[in-house]
Ligand binder design. Structure first.
Ligand code: ADP
Ligand code: ADP
Ligand code: MG
Length: 447
């Protein structure tokens, strides 16, 4: 077993990982920027190393600083969490070169899945259905126009290196395609350091359904069922739930098998997620694979009883998976609300401030993952996720009712948050019936 883990991320996921380490009696090292000196993860970890100033380029994104912190403190592993360098193949590779265990897949697997255009090609080879689209990267205007004519409009221009819902745009005509292609390339270049683009057919009102994968270092690969992450704003998830009520047992089995095949094609190890779009006719298409722990992993933990972060650490320690596919059981229903520091009354403009008062909800079936504490001053440099509120119920109705109750109990003063928006979602009649799709918020909420 590993003895000391450097916890690379900040925010709620750093706290989440430290908690898993505590339970496994593994020592922890936090890293932090100047702006995060007062962060909860810094206080909770056994040791903490400052790795630079507030700007992420000079701290969290400086790989040599992170690796130096690990070497100085004698950490034998790094948990990448999500965000920043978590999905950079060179990070996994650099850890291996320094003899530090990267708690995630190999550089090769990250590379295979990290470039989304390349991943599509790999999936086609593995027999996993992908969204109809271009074969590989397509930046040339003439070729893009020809391919677009074959796929048909509307379609999406996507950045091969994209993530976090950024670098995606819908185009309805040739004119629009020509116009958007160049700006998309410039934007992708600026945001991800890679301007490669690809095209995909625009699927109308799909659900986003993703499968949680666990794979050990002997190649045993299982899935822990799905999550429905259809509730999105600007291609970013805001509410996730499991199971997905649109799946029949046979569809779940086929999608699960496709997810496992996808992971095996990339020789995947550790935890990862295979994302699909599911159309109204029950057709599913591979979107991408996230080669890390995901924000919404708790909904799977709650209904399967499996601690995914501990599973990641066990896999990285070389232990075989203690479960086979037929041993995975799902109980009840779970929903997660992402509570962000944003003002829903002003187009979700970012909000900063100091946590004036804080009272977290509790009681049966309620879990809160957060790095907030009273008096905490929110830095303005990083992403806006404040807390994840996860509610479990014996069925979906009970989970929704608990979520409404927990949102009402949640006291968080000092900044604008998305709590009032989540209350509106939970009371929406369509949502209550489970009629969700990726443009639900646009269609049913923004009126
Ligand atoms: P990211 O890497 O940013 O997560 P994804 O490729 O996973 O990007 O897509 C994010 C979201 O954008 C999806 O969950 C879905 O809502 C929407 N989307 C992506 N591709 C398509 C498509 N071809 N048709 C319709 N919606 C799509
Ligand atoms: P999940 O796929 O787990 O639902 P998100 O798509 O919301 O998570 O992304 C998780 C975090 O990682 C967010 O902070 C997001 O901004 C960041 N992120 C994801 N992909 C990238 C990327 N390619 N470049 C930079 N940040 C990213
Ligand atoms: Mg995605």
């Amino acid at each position: 077993m590993l003895k000391k883990i450097l916890v690379y991320p900040r925010g709620e996921i750093a706290v989440r990982i430290i908690r898993a380490c505590r339970e496994l009696r593994i020592a922890t090292v936090a890293v932090y920027s100047e702006a995060d000196a007062d962060s909860l993860h810094v206080r909770m970890a056994d040791e903490a190393v400052r790795i630079g100033p507030a700007a992420a380029q000079d701290s969290y994104l400086k790989m040599q600083n992170v690796l130096s912190a690990a070497l100085i403190t004698g950490a034998d592993a790094i948990h990448p969490g999500y965000g920043f360098l978590a999905e950079h193949a060179t990070f996994s590779e650099a850890c291996a070169a320094c003899n530090i265990k990267f708690i995630g897949p190999s550089a090769k697997s990250i590379e295979a899945m990290g470039d989304k255009a390349h991943a599509r090609a790999l999936m086609i080879e593995a027999g996993v259905p992908v969204v109809p689209g271009s074969e590989g990267v397509l930046n040339d205007e003439q070729r893009a126009l020809r391919t677009a004519a074959q796929i048909g409009y509307p379609l999406m221009i996507k950045a091969a290196a994209g993530g976090g819902g950024r670098g995606i745009r819908v185009v309805h005509s040739e004119d629009e395609l020509v116009r958007e292609l160049r700006t998309a390339q410039q934007e992708a270049d600026a945001a991800f350091g890679d301007g490669s683009l690809y095209l995909e057919k625009y699927i109308e009102e799909p659900r986003h359904v993703e499968f949680q994968i666990l794979a050990d270092e002997d190649g045993n690969t299982i899935h822990l069922g799905e999550r429905d992450c259809s509730l999105q704003r600007r291609h970013q998830k805001i509410v996730e739930e499991a199971p997905c009520i649109a799946l029949t047992d046979s569809l779940r089995e086929r999608m699960g098998a496709a997810a496992v095949a996808a992971a095996k094609a990339a020789r995947y190890t550790n935890a990862g997620t295979v994302e699909f779009l599911l159309d109204k006719h029950g057709n599913f298409f591979f979107l991408e694979m996230n080669t890390r722990i995901q924000v919404e992993h708790p909904v799977t933990e709650v209904i399967t009883g499996i601690d995914l972060v501990k599973a990641q650490i066990a896999i990285a320690s070389g232990l075989p998976l203690p479960w086979t596919q037929d041993r995975i059981r799902v109980r009840g229903h779970a929903i997660e609300c992402r509570i962000n520091a944003e003002d829903p009354d002003r187009q979700f403009a970012p909000s900063v401030g100091e946590v004036k008062s804080l009272l977290l909800p509790g009681g049966p079936g309620v879990r809160v993952d957060t790095h907030l504490y009273p008096g905490y001053r929110l830095p303005s440099h990083y992403d806006s996720l404040l807390a994840k509120l996860i509610c479990w119920g014996q069925d979906r109705n009970e989970a929704v009712a608990r979520m409404e109750r927990a949102l009402d109990e949640f006291v968080l003063d000092g900044m604008h948050t998305t709590i009032p928006f989540h209350r509106r979602i939970m009371s929406n009649a369509y949502f209550r019936r489970g009629e969700v799709y990726t443009n639900f918020i646009q269609r049913r909420m923004e009126t």
